[in-house]
Write a protein that binds this ligand. Structure first.
Ligand code: LIP
Length: 260
């Protein structure tokens, strides 16, 4: 199969993320219609509908490509270009009417991301990058912060839906909070990682995050000059993941590993 042009991949990633995000946004009065409810998470009807919107854009443009989405279709086909979609990252935020959520679309060829888009409809921000184009937010170049010492760092993290009493995530939170200026849980991993890419935050770390949460945003962050690392693979697309501005990487990695 002839490799598609990178500009075209980016264009489709952007259209697909907009199709998902705009659908959720237009239907936000239905944000409490649940498909499944868990103790610390929910799946919405709009998650599923928005993923269908994103997949349609991809399938129309590239009928031969594979798709992998948070909602259901769980195969990572590396024999052909594979699109990785999270139609609503930050579903709980979205469902409560908090504006921090996004639609995330990345495309991989031979297991490497070539283009990605993270779109925040309510914040009117669209983060993009491709192998040929730098990381941008709404068409403006972005870059990570230059913070080099932990005591000036703003670190973002999250709590997996499987959180339990005495979960290592609480130890990590405590230890980071005691060393950094602030630790925040904003509720949408892809948004957090884009904040590291654009210098609003200095690092993001989480255990139990999924490939579709990090595929586009991690690529955007790397193309902006940030550093990303899968600290541990946890199976079924789940992982322990770190993204930093670069200078803080080793210190935060060490702190995380010591406290997790
Ligand atoms: C969620 C995240 C959130 C994280 C959760 C979860 P969803 O994704 O982005 O920040 O802490 O582990 O994965 O379920 O809203 O797409």
């Amino acid at each position: 199969m002839k490799e598609p042009d990178t500009d075209q991949l980016l264009e489709v990633a952007v259209s697909s993320a907009h199709a998902a995000g705009d659908h959720a946004m237009r239907n936000r009065m239905r944000r409490r219609e649940t498909e499944e409810v868990f103790a610390h998470d929910i799946k919405l009807k709009l998650d599923i509908e928005s993923q269908e919107k994103a997949f349609k854009v991809i399938n129309d443009a590239f009928p031969g490509h594979a798709v992998l989405g948070e909602e259901g279709d769980m195969r990572r086909d590396t024999s052909r270009p594979c699109w990785i979609v999270d139609p609503i990252d930050g579903t709980v935020n979205f469902s409560h009417g908090m504006p921090i959520w996004c639609s995330s679309v990345a495309v991989e060829i031979n297991g490497e991301v070539r283009a990605g888009c993270v779109y925040l409809p309510e914040m009117d921000e669209c983060y993009t990058a491709s192998l040929d184009q730098p990381s941008e937010c709404n068409g403006h170049r972005i870059q990570p912060s230059g913070a080099a010492s932990l005591d000036e760092a703003l670190i973002l993290t999250g709590l997996t839906k499987n959180v339990k009493a005495n979960s290592p995530a609480f130890n990590v939170f405590e230890s980071m909070s005691l060393h950094a200026r602030k630790v925040r849980i904003m509720g949408a991993a892809a948004v957090d990682i884009c904040h590291v890419a654009s210098g609003r935050a200095d690092a993001y770390v989480e255990t139990g995050i999924y490939l579709w949460d990090v595929a586009a945003a991690g690529f955007i962050a790397r193309q902006a000059g940030a550093r990303t690392e899968v600290l541990k693979e946890l199976g079924e697309f789940k992982m322990q993941y770190l993204c930093t501005n670069g200078p803080l990487h080793n210190d935060i990695r060490k702190l995380f590993i010591e406290s997790a």
